[in-house]
Every structure is written in structure tokens, then in C-alpha cells.
Write a protein that binds this ligand. Structure first.
Ligand SMILES: *[C@@H]1O[C@H](CO)[C@@H](O)[C@H](O)[C@H]1NC(C)=O
Length: 400
């Protein structure tokens, strides 16, 4: 479908040396993103949402990804058309189609071209169906992609308060989403930014920050590089894992220790902006529960600890290559100011580590979700097939 573009990509890839990503500072290629607690029915069931997503992620091939209705999402304002209509799109590293129309209707302009192709993505707890268009897409202030392939939903379920998704996962996740062209992939916004010469490397830097409010512009997405103002220390990279199905996403190998106790021996899992909690394979989750002494809270499905247990919490260490990313005790709890949005009590302390729902050894044994990414800057580097992390000024924050 895009032979010229893919040839160009191949040539440019062949010429590029695996250098460090470009550092982007005060660049037009950054856009703010906001964390939204979306609670159409008053409270959210975080665990149900995240476990449904995890099950869907592990089930590559039968259904594609999910993303949320009653959930916590990082949302970017993305312009489509010329003049542009602005849509609020979930920023999802775990899926790769970009689409609009769930809430705000698609406004066609002179740049809107229907391909006539039906498109469907099943997200486990939601879905959309519609028609694939190409249109001008504007990210941030003035970063414009021409002829970006986007889905325009005619029907969608499971998306309240947002207009769709900007998918920044691997290209292969788009395969099978065009109903009549099951082997065709759809270049993502990152792919097109690169082939149109707007960025020189297919790299996306993600900055999330902890927040205690239901709507906060506490994130930043950087295309084509990283933003050194958003992290401290050095960025360290780890190669994408070869273990399936984690290899289908932004998958890496890591081990996890609680204090000095091994919770999960080195294994493959994923880094995902569309999952809120940190999910661990059930055997690792059980070890974490006994190490912390936490009890299961039946109302929220989350683990909870007493103040005494909280004061005694140790770091939860994510060991990636030769680096350790220590999630502090405060980083392991849900922001207490938001307890009631979980249907929880203000007098409890809930943990953000939970159960993936399946045992380890199945090729996707952990998900480092938003609550991890709010403490560590992350880099999704397609060009060099790697993921990077760095500490931030929020790594040791005590705001939760
Ligand atoms: C990750 O772990 C798997 C399984 O232990 C191993 O085969 C692989 O070499 C490791 N590294 C990468 C980059 O996949």
C-alpha cells in the first residue's frame, strides 16, 4: 500500500547509525497530555479495567487492544483536518491505530479523504468500527502530518469522555484492523512523522507525573527525541524483548525485588501507558502481598495496608539490565486524595501493585503501567529497538 514510503524507511534506517536519540528542548514536537480520571458512573473499577486489558494484550491475534471507559487515561489534544478540529485522544503505547469520532463527530474538510476501507478494532472492553480516512493531523503547536491514515468511527463502545486513541505502539499491531486487507499495516503517527522528515528518529519520550486531582495536565509527549528537562540523571536503555507475546508490544525483560526479596525472577513483560496499575503475574503478586502484609480490599479489588504497614514498606525495585528503578513506598500507593473515586475509603491506604490474573512463564508476566511511568521518564525507541528509563524529580515524591 505504501511501497515508496517503506523503501525510503528502509534506506534511512540502513543509513542511520544507532546513536542516542536527539535531545529535544523547547521544541514544537512536544505536546502536553493530561491525566483524566473518567468516572461516568461515579467511581472506577481500576482492577477490572486493567485485568481486562491485560487479558486482551496477552491474547494477541484474537482481539486487539482495549482502552477504557471508566478508567484513568492520559489524553492529548490532537487536531485533524484543515482547519483542524481538536479531538481528545487517549495516548496508548499498547495499540497502534489512531482514530476519532467516539464522542466529538468527525468534521470533514478539504484534506479529508475516505479510503472506503472498513476498519474495526476490538479492545476487549470496548471497540470501534468505521471507515479509514487519510487526513492532516496536527500534534502540538504546528507539527503537521499530511495524509495520516486515521479511523473514523461510525460506532464505538466503551469510550466515554474521549474521542478516540492516538496509538503509538508498534506498527504490526495495526495488521488485521482493515477488514478487507488483513495483511496490510497502517503507518502510525510516529512512522509518518519520520517518513515525512519531521523527526529524524522514530523515538517518543513520555513524561508523566503523579497527581492528586481528577484532571491534571501532568504529562508531555515528545516525538523524535527526549526532553532533558523532564528527567534527572542519565537515560538507560534496554533492548526490546524477544519473548512472545511481550515482543508484540513495548516489551522488555526485567526482574523485580521487594527490598531484598525476589518477587519476580527475570522475565518478559511490557511497558504500557494504557494500564494504570503495575500488574504482576499471580505468583509474584502473592509474594508481594505476603512481603508487605497487605490485605485484599473487597470493595476496590486493590490491596490495602495499615498506616503502620505503610511506614514499614520497602522499595519495590525494577531491575532492568544493570539498572535498578526503585519505586518508593509512596510510589506504591494510590493517591489518598483520590480514594473515593475508587469507591474506597479515605481512611485506607491502597496499593497500586496488583494481579495480572495469570501465572508467570507465559511471555507477558508484568505490566509497568502509568503508576510506574509517573515516577520514571520513559522512551519508546523504534529506530534502535529499545526502551529507555530515567529517574525524574518525581521519583521520590511523597504526594500520594
Ligand atoms: C529476555 O529473556 C528471554 C527469556 O529468558 C531471553 O531468551 C532473551 O534473550 C532475553 N533478552 C532479550 C533482549 O530478549
Amino acid at each position: 500500500m505504501f511501497p515508496a514510503a517503506s523503501l525510503l524507511t528502509t534506506l534511512l534506517l540502513a543509513m542511520s547509525i544507532a546513536a542516542s536519540p536527539v535531545e529535544v528542548r523547547d521544541s514544537p514536537i512536544t505536546l502536553p497530555i493530561a491525566r483524566r480520571l473518567n468516572t461516568p458512573s461515579g467511581t472506577i473499577n481500576l482492577l477490572e479495567h486493567d485485568q481486562a486489558r491485560a487479558a486482551s494484550l496477552k491474547n494477541v491475534g484474537t482481539s486487539t487492544l482495549l482502552s477504557p471507559t471508566e478508567a484513568v487515561s492520559y489524553v492529548a489534544a490532537v487536531g485533524v483536518g484543515s482547519p483542524a478540529t481538536t479531538y481528545q485522544l487517549i495516548v496508548d503505547t499498547g495499540s497502534s491505530n489512531t482514530w476519532v469520532g467516539a464522542n466529538t463527530a468527525y468534521v470533514k474538510t478539504s484534506t479529508s479523504v475516505s479510503t472506503g476501507q472498513p476498519v474495526t478494532v476490538d479492545y476487549g472492553s470496548g471497540s470501534f468500527s468505521g471507515t479509514e480516512y487519510t487526513d492532516t493531523v496536527t500534534l502540538g503547536s504546528g507539527l503537521t502530518i499530511t495524509a495520516q491514515s486515521i479511523g473514523v468511527a461510525s460506532t464505538s463502545t466503551g469510550f466515554t469522555g474521549v474521542d478516540g486513541i492516538v496509538g503509538i505502539g508498534p506498527l504490526d499491531l495495526t495488521e488485521g484492523t482493515l477488514t478487507n486487507e488483513q495483511t496490510t499495516t497502517i503507518p502510525t503517527v510516529t512512522d509518518n512523522l519520520y517518513t515525512q522528515g519531521i523527526i529524524s528518529e522514530m523515538v517518543v519520550g513520555v513524561s508523566f507525573e503523579p497527581t492528586s486531582t481528577t484532571l491534571s495536565t501532568n504529562g508531555e509527549l515528545t516525538f523524535g527525541g527526549t526532553d532533558a528537562t523532564k528527567y534527572t540523571g542519565t537515560l538507560a536503555y534496554t533492548p526490546l524483548t524477544t519473548t512472545y507475546p511481550a515482543s508484540y508490544y513495548w516489551g522488555i525483560n526485567e526482574s523485580i525485588t521487594y527490598g531484598s526479596t525476589t518477587i519476580l525472577a527475570e522475565t518478559a513483560g511490557i511497558v504500557d501507558t494504557g494500564t494504570t496499575l503495575i500488574l504482576l503475574a499471580s505468583n509474584a503478586y502473592t509474594k508481594y502481598q505476603s512481603a508487605t502484609g497487605a490485605t485484599l480490599d473487597r470493595t476496590t479489588g486493590l490491596l490495602r495496608v495499615t498506616l503502620t504497614q505503610y511506614d514499614a514498606l520497602q522499595n519495590l525495585n525494577f531491575n532492568v539490565g544493570s539498572n535498578t528503578y526503585a519505586l518508593t513506598p509512596n510510589g506504591q500507593i494510590w493517591p489518598r486524595a483520590l480514594n473515593t473515586y475508587l469507591g474506597g475509603s479515605n481512611s485506607y491506604i491502597y496499593l497500586i501493585v496488583n494481579n495480572l490474573g495469570t501465572p508467570s512463564g507465559e511471555g507477558l508476566d508484568f505490566i509497568n503501567g502509568q503508576t510506574f511511568l509517573e515516577r520514571f521518564y520513559s522512551v519508546f525507541d523504534t529506530t534502535n529497538a529499545r526502551v529507555g528509563f530515567a529517574t525524574t524529580s518525581y521519583t521520590d515524591a511523597t504526594t500520594n
